[in-house]
Design a protein. Structure first.
Length: 299
């Protein structure tokens, strides 16, 4: 696969569990990639894979065709684009901006508006698919912003993902992501609870997973991301819940969903309960574990 004729060079800011493999896939696709992260070891790791290391936001965005950000929260994104990072002041005119972070829709719209005032084209493009999707370049992108901007970004997104959806105007990608992750949390909690019940009644968790997987209880958490240790290889549950999508990040995303519910007047009783459970799980010292570790509450 070769880089797009229009976009040759990409800056990537934020090299965590998701950002690092996404940047690696851009390299594999033939893009020239420069990278920056506050964790120096992450930058060095990408440099060893062929990326150009940078020591600041200003340095990493200098002269590139597109900038991608994958950051933990709304304040981080606003700081990079509008605050101390001064991204909008450092990038050259005409640079395509793609924020893949999961943040509040209001924050995404705010940054997009500021970018437009300065003459930049920007989309919010949060992802679904977890670390496995990031590694395998099978992520789903939920894009908010102008549809023409999405078409400009499509070759870049296609190097990292399999499904690309236009959700609507700026910020709507974040609305889609909040709804998706709320549902993900709900069915992960339900899957964990059902498996724990079966095990306590004497069933083998792998056999129970097989049965439910071919029945009306089947869902993504059960089939692709089973929370019970040893049932599936290559998922966090089979490596002591290391890596993957952290409990604290899930709690953060559920908080975004609850903010959206309050702002829109929507009723989200199951989402509210899931948030409470994940916050309790984090308080118990599990914040850095993968979110499938919620099964520990039922074991």
């Amino acid at each position: 696969m070769n880089a797009s004729n229009g976009i040759k060079s990409v800056a990537f800011i934020g090299l965590g569990n998701m950002g690092r493999p996404m940047a690696e896939n851009l390299l594999k696709a033939g893009f020239k990639v420069s990278v920056f992260d506050v964790v120096e070891a992450s930058v060095k790791a990408l440099a060893s894979a062929g990326a150009t290391p940078a020591a600041s936001v200003a340095e990493v965005v200098a002269g590139v065709d597109a900038v991608l950000t994958m950051l933990p929260s709304s304040p981080h994104v606003e700081d990079v684009y509008l605050g101390k990072g001064r991204l909008l002041e450092s990038a050259r005119a005409g640079t395509l901006l793609i924020d893949c972070s999961t943040i509040a829709s209001e924050a995404a719209a705010k940054v997009s508006k500021a970018a437009a005032v300065r003459g930049f084209t920007m989309i919010d493009a949060p992802v679904s698919g977890g670390t496995a999707g990031a590694v395998g370049a099978t992520l789903t992108f939920m894009v908010g912003g102008d549809e023409a901007a999405l078409e400009l970004a499509r070759p870049v997104l296609s190097a990292m993902g399999k499904n690309i959806f236009h959700a609507g105007a700026a910020g709507m990608g974040q609305v889609a992501k909040a709804c998706n992750n709320m549902l993900l949390a709900i069915h992960m909690v339900g899957t964990a609870e059902a498996l724990a019940l079966g095990v306590k009644c004497g069933m083998d968790p792998a056999k129970l997973s097989e049965i439910m997987g071919k029945s009306s209880g089947n869902n993504w958490s059960l089939e692709k991301y089973n929370p019970w240790p040893g049932v599936q290889p290559n998922v966090p549950a089979s490596r002591d819940y290391a890596g993957g999508f952290g409990v604290d990040l899930m709690a953060k995303d559920l908080g975004l969903a609850m903010e959206a519910a309050l702002a829109s007047g929507a009723s989200t009783p199951l989402g509210t309960l899931a948030r409470s459970l994940y916050r309790m799980h984090s308080t118990a010292g599990n914040g850095r574990l993968d979110f499938s570790s919620i099964v520990k509450m039922f074991q």
